[in-house]
Design a protein around this ligand. Structure first.
Ligand SMILES: C[S@@+](CC[C@H](N)C(=O)[O-])C[C@H]1O[C@@H](n2cnc3c(N)ncnc32)[C@H](O)[C@@H]1O
Length: 398
């Protein structure tokens, strides 16, 4: 453990170093945030930091209540008071004050004066449908993770994975998998799908713009026009496939070249505004043989982190069996956990996957091993976002 003096010397050095960093350079921003966080934590009394960590438990329920009251949507650059919000919502002013205190303490809402607030960019996220849906979905996860200590104790601290009775089954007292169980609740399914679009808010740079998608599809091969170009396996309602289409020359995405696969109830509910007459829609269970053979690319985005290794292997093997060696490739778009220094979001996502699906977020070594077991050869990866989201490419091992 460091002495107080050496801690202070380190803080002084970090602050001096921060002064020379370019805040406008996106590639330095993650490092700047991390260094600032270290400075803040070093200056805090450890008991205060411990208490703050414990206090974070109230954040989600308070934000969910504010969202249920529609308060995030009522905030703007125009100041609004607790009394005005209370009147508009038909609730006690003190309730608004107390809930808003949590939001302002976390810098999610700006408190510009006594009981007077303006919006922030973060409160605007919570005001949006994906942000509001995120609060509902995370309430379910929160409830589930409450049972984690008891579950781990009862299962003698085995790393949850390939067992039929995971935390979800333990907490909900069900034999069903989480997808099947939650799929019975159409309202939850709707909220979940809305939450999943949070990274694709208009105006943000999309993942497809962060690498040369077309060259990865076309370079080094003669395209076989007789088979589909790209299959989005479990592609949801097709938002990613639309992004892929925009990144490819129109001549290559004509009728049937892009295939959207998912469970029947998802394909049946593709909203009209997302339907594309060029897409081929296929109802497919990825634990059964892949029906589209020999495509150039099979894309699996945010799929495998939902499944334990044994289930992920089934999905990958069915995909490999459909691939043409020397021609087809697989793109796994998922988290790639850094070996050291994983941030709070990545760490939380991994535990969320453990809780909901008995699954995990994987690092490069784990991806490599999983692919090798499925008879696929890892050919490279590229991290696209600060949270570790990236693309892993593989081909059939010959
Ligand atoms: C986390 S979502 C990812 C959706 C999409 N790829 C994306 O990135 O937004 C997981 C998807 O897997 C689908 N799914 C779950 N079980 C499936 C199964 N047995 N067969 C096919 N799709 C399945 C769900 O319907 C859902 O669309």
């Amino acid at each position: 453990m460091e002495s107080k003096d050496s801690k202070l010397a380190q803080v002084t050095a970090t602050i001096a170093q921060l002064g020379s960093m370019d805040v406008s350079d996106p590639s330095s921003q993650v490092d700047i945030i991390r260094q600032c966080q270290l400075v803040i934590n070093s200056l805090k009394d450890p008991r205060v930091q411990a208490l703050e960590t414990l206090s974070s438990v109230v954040t989600l329920p308070c934000l969910a209540s504010l969202s249920n009251l529609g308060i995030f949507k009522k905030l703007s650059d125009e100041p609004v008071t607790a009394a005005q919000l209370a009147e508009q919502c038909g609730v006690d002013r003190w309730l608004v004050v107390r809930l808003m205190r949590v939001a302002t303490a976390w810098d999610l809402v700006t408190e510009i004066g006594l009981e007077t607030y303006t919006a922030t960019e973060v409160s605007n996220v919570f005001a949006s449908p994906p942000g509001a849906a995120g609060l509902r979905v995370n309430q379910m996860i929160h409830k589930l993770l409450d049972s984690l200590p008891a579950y781990l104790k009862e299962t003698e601290y085995r790393n949850p994975g390939n067992t039929p009775k995971g935390l979800f089954q333990y907490a909900y007292q069900t034999e069903l998998g989480s997808f099947a169980y939650l799929g019975q609740d159409p309202e939850y399914a709707k909220q979940f799908n809305t939450f999943m679009t949070i990274q694709r808010t208009q105006g943000q740079e999309q993942w497809t713009e962060k690498f040369d998608l077309a060259s990865r599809v076309f370079d080094g091969v003669t395209i076989d026009q007789n088979v589909p170009l790209l299959v989005d396996v479990a592609g949801g309602v097709g938002k990613d496939l639309s992004l892929v289409k925009k990144s490819l020359p129109p001549s290559s995405t004509a009728s049937g070249q892009l295939v959207l696969e998912d469970q029947g109830h998802v394909i049946d509910r593709v909203p009209t505004e997302l339907q594309d007459s060029d897409f081929k829609y296929v109802k497919h269970d990825f634990f059964t043989p892949q029906p589209v053979k020999g495509a150039r690319v099979y894309m699996l985005k945010h799929i495998l982190h939902n499944w334990s290794n044994s289930k992920a292997l089934q999905i990958l093997r069915h995909t490999r069996d459909a691939m043409t060696p020397g021609y087809s490739k697989i793109w796994i778009l998922d988290g790639i956990v850094p070996d050291t220094g994983a941030d709070k979001t990545v760490a939380a996502l991994d535990i969320g996957m453990m809780g909901i699906h008995g699954a995990l977020e994987r690092n490069e070594e784990q991806w490599d091993a999983l692919l090798a077991e499925a008879g696929l050869k890892f050919t490279g990866l590229c991290v696209l976002e600060d949270d570790g989201f990236g693309i892993i490419e593989a081909v059939v091992e010959v």
